[in-house]
Design a protein around this ligand. Structure first.
Ligand code: UDP
Ligand code: MG
Length: 312
């Protein structure tokens, strides 16, 4: 019995890479000759030629399927849509820009056949990315590991292969703030890694400006940890203790050393500022969680599909 492989590729303004990506993917998938495959492209509201090029691919090759969104919903949602529709026994998630090399897919499949339900790629090196991105990413994954109880491996992206069993569970998780790599870890089963070096983008520019990266990082942190909330109570406690000592100090000076008692507006002022700052900070942290709760409560669909091609 031959297995079916699904490959999920999110696309946002990727007209420069889509043809090359298809060529390289097909080359690799054709080599795994005993396997049937589908390539699911998700056009995440691109406003360049991506959609038309994707449609051309669908015309040429019935194994290529396309979902196009009504607008840009973001990378993590695009992956989710692809996963919702994947029918393979194993599902591979890969970036369109060839930073994740398709050549390691056979290695992932090998590992999957040997009994792993999730095979994720660990980035040995990251070529063509700024030191700022590399540094912040490295720091983020390490902090996240410290503050969450879910085993989220460091230095992995969404480039991974997952078994249909894992997919079935994953697809039950309909949260809005999606941190796919963490959610896959959460599902469990036997998870293993392979190593690869991350190439430079084939062409074009990153579709993850700083703003999107920051949102993504905060989503990951807040979806997988309550440490920020605990941290704010710790801050509150600390400032309460601090102000208690300040009050004691003030009283002692006033009653025991009245000669030294100067009108202490400066210390008062700084104490008020300090406490005010801590309070605002804690409110902000709580607000982040409440905002996310509100998003979840609305129960809006995760995405809206404008068009789908080659799905049966
Ligand atoms: N992407 C997407 N929607 C977005 C941003 C990105 O579907 O809003 C896709 C993009 O086309 C690519 C993948 O997500 O296939 C990763 O994006 P990119 O390579 O720009 O991110 P980077 O590698 O720079 O972090
Ligand atoms: Mg990239």
């Amino acid at each position: 019995m031959s297995t079916v492989i699904s490959v999920v590729v999110p696309l946002y303004n990727e007209e420069l890479v889509i043809s090359e990506m298809y060529r390289r993917l097909k080359e690799v998938l054709d080599k795994c000759a005993s396997d049937r495959y589908e390539i699911i492209l998700i056009d995440d509201g691109s406003h360049d030629g991506t959609l038309n090029l994707a449609k051309d691919l669908c015309d040429q090759d019935a194994n290529v399927k396309l979902l196009s969104f009504s607008r840009n919903f973001g990378h993590q949602i695009a992956i989710t849509a692809g996963m919702d529709r994947a029918i393979g026994d194993a599902i591979v998630i890969i970036d369109a820009d060839l930073q994740d090399p398709p050549d390691v897919i056979p290695e992932m499949m090998e590992k999957w056949r040997n009994g792993y339900q999730v095979v994720y790629g660990i980035r040995l090196s990251r070529k063509g990315e700024s030191w700022f991105k590399r540094f912040t990413a490295a720091a983020f994954y390490r902090i996240l590991k410290k503050v969450t109880s879910v085993e989220i491996p460091v230095d992995t992206g969404d480039f991974r292969l997952i078994d249909k069993k894992v997919l079935r569970e994953f697809n039950q998780m309909r949260e809005q703030a999606r941190f796919v790599r963490g959610m896959v870890s959460w599902v469990g089963y036997r998870q293993g890694e392979i190593y690869y070096s991350r190439n430079e983008r084939w062409a074009g520019e990153t579709k993850y400006p700083f703003r999107k990266m920051l949102k993504f990082a905060i989503d990951g942190m807040l979806s997988f940890s309550h440490i920020p909330l605990k941290l704010s109570s710790a801050f509150g406690l600390l400032s309460a203790v601090f102000s208690f000592f300040m009050i004691a100090y003030g009283l002692i000076i006033k009653y025991f050393f009245p000669a030294h008692a100067i009108p202490g507006w400066a210390s008062l002022f700084s104490a008020i500022l300090f406490i005010g700052g801590v309070q605002l900070f804690c409110l902000g942290v709580i607000g982040e969680y409440i905002g996310r709760m509100y998003e979840e409560l609305k129960k809006r669909p995760l995405y809206i599909i404008n068009e789908e091609i080659n799905f049966k």
